[in-house]
Every structure is written in C-alpha cells, then in structure tokens.
Ligand binder design. Structure first.
Ligand SMILES: NC(=O)c1ccc[n+]([C@@H]2O[C@H](COP(=O)([O-])OP(=O)(O)OC[C@H]3O[C@@H](n4cnc5c(N)ncnc54)[C@H](OP(=O)(O)O)[C@@H]3O)[C@@H](O)[C@H]2O)c1
Length: 323
C-alpha cells in the first residue's frame, strides 16, 4: 500500500525524514480493527514527529499521521481516535494513562491506505460530515473541545482564541461559539482575521493588540509569541488553557500575576473517546464543519508540510487520494 514513512528524525530538515513509498501492511493485532482510510488530515504534530520532538527513534520507520476517517472491513464508516492508551491506567481517562501514545509515535499512523487501531478507537463518523471533514475532527476538534470543557466555557463568557485559523484554533472558535460564549480571536493577517469572523468570532484583533476588555478564558497553543499577551488579557479569576507551544514553550511564568490575579493555567492534551463522541454530536447539533484549506494527494504532502511550517494554511489540509 502507499504510505508516508518517517525514516529518521531531522530537527532542522523535517522533509528529509519523510519517505512516500509502497510498504507492506503488517499483521493485524488481535482485538484491533483495519480501517481503509478515505481521508487523513495534517496536524502540527506531524511536523514535530519529523523533527523528532519528544519522539523515540527506536521503532522507526513508522507511518506518519494521527488523524483519519474511513471504512472498516465490515463496512462501518468511522473516525479514528488517535490515542492508543488504557483508560484504567489513567483512572478512567485514557489521556491520563502515563503510557499513552498517539498514532505515529509507537504505532503506524494514518498517512496510508490502511491503518490498524484498537476497536475502542473507532467512533462513528458524524452523518453530516464528508470523510474529508471527519478526518479533521479527532485531533483538532477533539483537542479544542476538551480544552474548552476543562476551562468550563459556557454562556455569558468571553473566550479569546490566540492565532485564529490553525486546525485547533479554528475549531475552538466554532465550538466556543456553539457552547454559547462570545468569541474574540487574534490572527497575524487581515485575511485570516476575516476567516476568524466567518468561523464565529464576533471581534478580531491583530496578534498582541490591546483588547476592549478582559476575557474569562484564553485559548493559547501558540506559546512564546502570545503567552505574555494571554496573561494580560484574562480577568482576575480567569483561565488560560494551553495544548501546545508552536512558537516555543519556555515562557516567563509571571508568578506574581498568576497568584495576584488568581489565574488558572490549564494544560490539556487530546481527548477521550467519550469526548470525541460528544464533539461529533455537538458539531452535528450546531451544524459545524471543519474549515478545509485544500484536499491533496499523498504525493503533495511535502508541499503541505512546508505550508504548515510557514503558517500558509487556513484550517486543515486533507489527504483524500493515495496517489
Ligand atoms: N496537546 C495536544 O493534544 C495537541 C493537539 C493538537 C495540537 N496541539 C498543538 O497545538 C498547536 C497548534 O496545532 P495545529 O495542528 O492546530 O497547528 P496549525 O494548524 O499549524 O495552527 C497553528 C496556529 O498557530 C498560530 N501561530 C503560529 N505562529 C504564530 C505567531 N508567531 N504568532 C501568532 N500566532 C501564531 C496560527 O495562527 P494564525 O491564524 O495567525 O496563522 C495558527 O492558529 C501545535 O503546537 C500542536 O502541537 C496539541
């Protein structure tokens, strides 16, 4: 089958780690299901994987990719939960399993015609979404949903989303809106700020701009470039929720501000199977669809990875053709 393999980890030259090739399907482990992928979407995690950030080089080559949607051997239309973990080891929450791994970290990922996953990682595709749209949901939308739930976002609140048009952030705008919050967003270009408006942001601002007031919750996965601003945008008693650090993770903690303003800093990673089901249900109820920048063939993956590194994508890039 056709697949995008990670052959090595290349911190400075991520594309040099990528090999788009023919590969043999491995034996299907007991209790796992085969998914014939119709679509697989790109995430920043794939760039970190190629660079080797937090990755173990033992076990390579592995197939890249965390996100996908397709059809099982028995014809079920599914999204793939990428969290390979044991909920019991995580006290009932698989994202808290100390041994959890995302697809492509220790197990082959979704940038291939076929992926193998434990049966519990199969979640029915929301009926209103195409396979390309459904392939955007497990990582970006599931992560955004858990972030907003962990920060108790709801009606009457104002949520600021830093960096508006990325996969997680475009989902956060739409989901926070559907949860009844007023949503503000920052983005680096006028065109992307307009996109943020179309996703449901009522006010949009240049990155780092002074806001008309302080907000209840800030969603920040940009990291170093926005963290200082995020801490200044949140009300006393409010929360900053983070799932990533695209521009770097070593920020000034500003502890005096954190304790004096009684801020909560909330970390969040991925989502549980139940949260992915809830994300799909909320999307269906509210008529939400992922923003897709473009659909590509597997051969076009290197160019899409370059665009992601350059910030030249609005929403998600989805592989829908294995040529
Ligand atoms: N922990 C988890 O489970 C989890 C899950 C998913 C993602 N993540 C992390 O979350 C981050 C985003 O992932 P993604 O897949 O959504 O990536 P993405 O689609 O490439 O989005 C990147 C986002 O970062 C913003 N950004 C980048 N550089 C910026 C800068 N210098 N100043 C202001 N904004 C900037 C962009 O905003 P613009 O609109 O201005 O371009 C865009 O919204 C990554 O670090 C990823 O590893 C973590």
């Amino acid at each position: 089958m056709r697949a995008a393999l990670v052959r090595s980890h290349r911190p400075d030259e991520p594309l040099a780690a990528l090999d788009i090739t023919e590969t043999e399907e491995k034996p299907l482990p007991a209790g796992w299901a085969r998914v014939h992928l119709k679509a697989a979407s790109l995430n920043m995690h794939d760039v970190w994987t190629l660079r080797g950030v937090g990755q173990d080089p033992n076990g390579l080559p592995l197939i890249l990719g965390c996100d996908g949607a397709g059809v099982t051997d028995d014809g079920r239309e599914v999204m793939v939960l990428p969290v390979i973990a044991d909920a019991d080891r995580g006290g009932g929450d698989e994202t808290l399993d100390p041994e959890r791994a995302l697809l492509s970290e220790r197990h082959d990922g979704t940038f291939a015609e076929i992926v193998h996953v434990p049966e519990r990682c199969l979640v029915d595709k929301p009926a209103h979404l195409s396979f390309a749209e459904a392939a955007c949901v497990p990582v970006a939308w599931g992560t955004a949903y858990r972030m907003l739930r962990r920060a108790d976002v709801g009606p009457g609140q104002t949520v600021l989303v830093q960096g508006a048009t990325g996969g997680v952030n475009s989902a956060a705008i739409a989901l926070a809106n559907a949860m009844g919050a007023r949503v503000w967003a920052t983005s680096r270009t006028e065109a992307k700020r307009e996109t943020a408006r179309s996703l449901g942001a009522s006010e949009v601002f240049e990155s780092g701009a002074k806001l008309p007031g302080r907000v209840d919750v800030v969603v920040d996965n940009v990291g170093a470039a926005t963290w200082r601003h995020s801490l200044r945008c949140v009300k006393p008693g409010g929360a900053v929720v983070t799932c990533g650090a695209t521009t770097g993770g070593n920020v000034d903690a500003e502890l005096q501000r954190v304790f004096f303003q009684q801020l909560s800093i909330i970390g969040s990673t991925g989502c549980t199977r139940a949260e992915l089901v809830q994300t799909g249900q909320l999307m269906e109820h509210a008529g939400l669809r992922p923003l897709i920048d473009r659909e590509i063939t597997l051969s076009e993956l290197p160019e899409a990875i370059t665009d992601m590194i350059d910030g030249a994508i609005e929403g998600k890039v989805v592989i829908t053709d294995w040529a």
